[in-house]
Every structure is written in C-alpha cells, then in structure tokens.
Ligand binder design. Sequence first.
Ligand code: DGL
Length: 291
Amino acid sequence: MNAARFNDIHATVGHPGPIGVFDSGYGGLTILKSIRRALPDADYIYLGDNARAPYGTRSFDLVYNFTLEAVEYLFARGCQLVILACNTASAKALRTIQQNDLAALDPGRRVLGVIRPTAEQVGRITRNGHIGLFGTPGTVASQSYDLELAKLHPGLKLHSHACPMWVPLVEYKESAGDGADYFVRRDIEALFAMDKNIDTVILGCTHYPLLLPKIRLYMPEGIIIVSQGDIVAESLIDYLHRHPEMDARITRKGSIEYLTTEDAAKFSDMAGVFMGENVDARRVNFKDYIK
Ligand code: DGL
C-alpha cells in the first residue's frame, strides 16, 4: 500500500482531533449514539460508506481496501482515534490495519473495533453458556466471534447465523416494512433450530439494532438481546482511562460532522430520525483527498 496516498496525514501527526467513527452505512450510528452519550464533550466525525454498502457480502480484500481508505481519510481529517463501528470491517480489516498499516501511516494513532469488547461482555451476560450470533455473511464466515470467545470464555457454546438481507432492509429504509417481518422471523427460527437452549443473542452487526422492533417481535421470550452501542462506549471509556496520552489527543467542543459517500440529503433524513436531532450531512469523495 501507499502510506502517503492521502494528503494531510503527516500534517496532523500528534495534533489533537475528533474521534472518527466509521461504518459501511447507517449501522455505526447505533454505536455513535452510545459513545456520544458517554463522552458528550468530544468532537466526532461520522463516516458512512453508503455508496458501497453492504460490506457484509463482499470479499475480504474489498472490505479491507474500503476500510483502509476510510481510515486514511479520517486520519487526514485529523482523527487520532478511529472506531470501526462495523463488525464486518472489524472482522476483515482491523487486525491487518493495526499490525501492518498503522506503522506506515502513523504509529501514534489507534484504530479500535467492536468485536472484542462484545465478546468480553457476553461471557458475563449469559446464564447457561449457550450463545447465538446474528451477523453478516462476512462476519460469520470470518469466525472472529468463535475465536474471541474461545480465547476469552472457553466453554461457551456459540451458534452463528448469517442474515444477508437485514442490512439491505436498513439501508433501503425497509426496516419497518412487511419484508422485514419475513426475513427477521425466518432467520430467528433458523438460529434457534441449531440450539434451542440459546439464552443470549448477539446482534453482531451494528445495523441490526435498527431492526429491533421486528427482532423483539419474533425473538422467543426471555432471551437476552445484546446490542453493541453501550458495550463499545463503556470499553472506549475504559481504554481512554488506560491511555491518557490518547485521551489528551481528543478535541472537546462537543461537535459532530456527518459524512457519507452517497446522497447527503438521504443520509441526513435517516440519521436525523435515528439520532433525534437535525443532521446536515455532507457527501465526501475520497478522490478529492488523494494526492
Ligand atoms: N454495520 C456493519 C456490521 O456491523 C456492516 C453491514 C454491511 O455493510 O453489510 O457488520
């Protein structure tokens, strides 16, 4: 890769900046909302790659390339810390970015994901050790949750089911429509057909909380549904306590900038409803920032 393909990464080394929050589309808003509740004074840039969503059905290489491009863009915009608010990107790109790319881009910056904090918590939440996971085909195929859970909580039984239709339902604003009922019910039945003793279900895609009304409707009674927003926010607070040098590199004016690679008006509408505030998003074209 070309470490210097984005202008301005070098100019922002060591300078405090906003927290970058990245997702393939709208899903990361479910993380941003919780993070902002926990850290209201911080500045944020939210970036949704709606033009190229969904990521969940794409190849490893493409998800890695798209994610790296987004991270480089956020770095060039001054972010010292970027949260991949996307399980698919966390599963397919995070490790390589952390281990290979950061050293070349700027070893002082950090990129954090959503899978490890979720896996940490789940072991404390389940009562009987039977866990279900809903995720994108990419996340499920990567077996990232299987690996993390085996390391952190050996002995837990995990059954995973991929839901390729759930993200498109959200991205195309069909999460309240009848089509959503069909797919959500079908996928919940498929998960419980694998293990009827599951007591805890991870929504392992940040888009899925946007389908919660339908998910609650078809989930068997008494099942604990784990959404990631508060878990990731709590883990970020803990990270910043343990890393005061990164905490000092976050600017704090309470601002938020919403960016999308697709239509800005469409993004503003959807994000505005979900965030409960007026959103005035801007469309970004990475090419404008590449040397
Ligand atoms: N929100 C994402 C995730 O957590 C990605 C969904 C997608 O683009 O397929 O996996």
